[in-house]
Design a protein around this ligand. Sequence first.
Ligand SMILES: [Zn+2]
Length: 433
Amino acid sequence: MKNKEEFAKNLIDFIDKSPSSFHATKNVEDRLINSGFKKINLQDRWELKKEGKYYITKNKSAIIGFVVGNEKIEEEGFKIVGAHTDAPTFKIKPNPEITVEDKYLKLNTEVYGGPIMSTWYDRPLSIAGRISLKTENPLKPKEVLIDMERPLLIIPNLAIHMNRSVNDGVKINPQTETLPLLANINDKFEKEDFLVKLIGEKLEIEVEDILDFELFLYGVEKGTLVGLNEEFISIGKLDDLAMIHAGLNGLIDSEVGKATNILVCFDNEEVGSGTKQGAASPMLRTVLERITLAMNKDKEDYYRALSNSFIISADQAHALHPNYTDKQDPTNRPIINAGPAIKFAANQAYTTDSYSAAVYEGICKSIDIPVQKFANRSDARGGSTIGPISSSQIDIASVDIGNPILGMHSIRELGGVEDHFNVYKSFKEFYRI
Ligand SMILES: [Zn+2]
């Protein structure tokens, strides 16, 4: 990608086409295939070559792409960029149809992760995710991705006349107040399996073949550049699809290096990472070990490789908010478009230490990219990310970084065009050196 505007528009396109973690994974996979990466299966015996490009997927919602280095793996180790495919949303429950006074049909949902729920009101929404279909073998249902694409649902606000204190802050009950409206009910209406029938129609399959689903809501409004000089990016899921996009392009655009370069896209960060495809699972550790063994090295070589490795845990950071300046730490105040931020926390909610911060800072400085520092206010709890969780599975030197954004976990977040291009350049350089 030649320039920052083109790169930002490419990001918007990538996110617009990734309405669920399954779709994000599929889009990463397609880009890897188009760039000459070869799929390897977890159930097969691996035979890898130096300078070979490969990827694996897990649960169709996590993916690891890698380029085997051209030097000894035990001496050069792994260079890893990690990010996550999921984002806060609402998940549709089983048997979701609820009728209201026989006039409206709405769907029963539950919260996935920590969305700013008020931002989901009054927006055209659709449904995307995965469907499991019946096959000859009950142990191996077929999985199909689905994106309903069109605006199907809406969570209507309550009029201010019925809620006079709405602008004084409102507590939102996720069971009773955020269920999306799907339809008016007419005489011929059949509530039974309404959603499954809708899915059957869309996929042109028999309803009887649909065994189960994993479906999420998403906003159908497209992302856009915004600001006097189009310097900002307004779109949902910048956390963390922007880091996946930057890492993916960095991996694809970098030359084969001495080390084995890896992009790991975990799922389920927003719900604690404790799944087989999350950062708290052995997924990454197992893949690194299998890469080593497939290069005809032994376990001792694997441990040596680990001690020569480095991981950049890439998840977004918080920019100074123009209307809430006192919410930021007094001395670490990242600004949008002033460079990626290294994230620090004494409680190690971020993995950064002075050694790993120096490594990332050194990379940025070597290619003339500005770099900022983020820390939470001492009286605020702040968030965490995949870095510390991944470190509990695999002991590699690690830094937590992210671009400063506003409105994290809103249905539309705000990031910077310049920052996105810069973080990509930093990943590309990390993979190159
Ligand atoms: Zn995140």
